[in-house]
Ligand binder design. Structure first.
Ligand code: T46
Length: 134
């Protein structure tokens, strides 16, 4: 599946912890956009789309949430609950986010600006595109 877990180096000392993210170094692309999701209620589900081109890295800075990933053949469920870990999601992966804790802050780094035309919002369209190798 076009996804992987990234483990970031922790620079910790007795004052606390620090993680640095650098494009084309520990982040495997040029960072064009950063957004963060917070105040999502536990019973709310988000996502329900795939991206034609966009690559992203999801980092749960606080609290926890779950992500269901689907490449049209395999499905995987990932729990994000540690700011030392990033979830890289490549293009053409369907994602659904759920089980947000009240204190969840999910930061996302993206390799492009917000482009609505890059979204595939119907699961049946996603499956069709996967079958046709689009
Ligand atoms: C993704 C998952 C992980 C903007 O105006 N700019 C932005 O950069 C983004 C991401 C969203 N928006 C607007 C579009 C909607 O009116 O913010 C609203 C909420 O976005 P959306 O419903 O797409 O949010 P999620 O949580 O379902 O999905 C988001 C990203 O859109 C998506 O790329 O992979 O987080």
């Amino acid at each position: 599946m076009n996804m992987r877990i990234l483990n970031f180096e922790l620079h910790g000392d007795k004052r606390g912890s620090l993680i640095s993210l650098e494009e084309n170094k520990n982040i495997p692309f040029e960072i064009k956009r950063v957004y963060y999701i917070f105040n999502t209620k536990e019973d709310v589900q988000r996502g329900f789309h795939a991206h034609k081109q966009l690559q992203q890295i999801l980092i749960c800075l606080n609290g926890s949430c779950k992500i269901k990933l689907d490449n049209g053949v395999q499905k995987r469920n990932i729990t994000l609950d540690n700011p030392k870990r990033g979830l890289y999601i490549g293009n053409m992966i369907w994602r659904e986010m759920y089980n947000f804790s009240d204190d969840c802050v999910l930061m996302v780094l993206a390799n492009n600006f917000y482009v609505e035309e890059d979204y595939i919002r119907e699961y049946s369209d996603f499956i069709k595109m996967k079958k046709n190798n689009v």
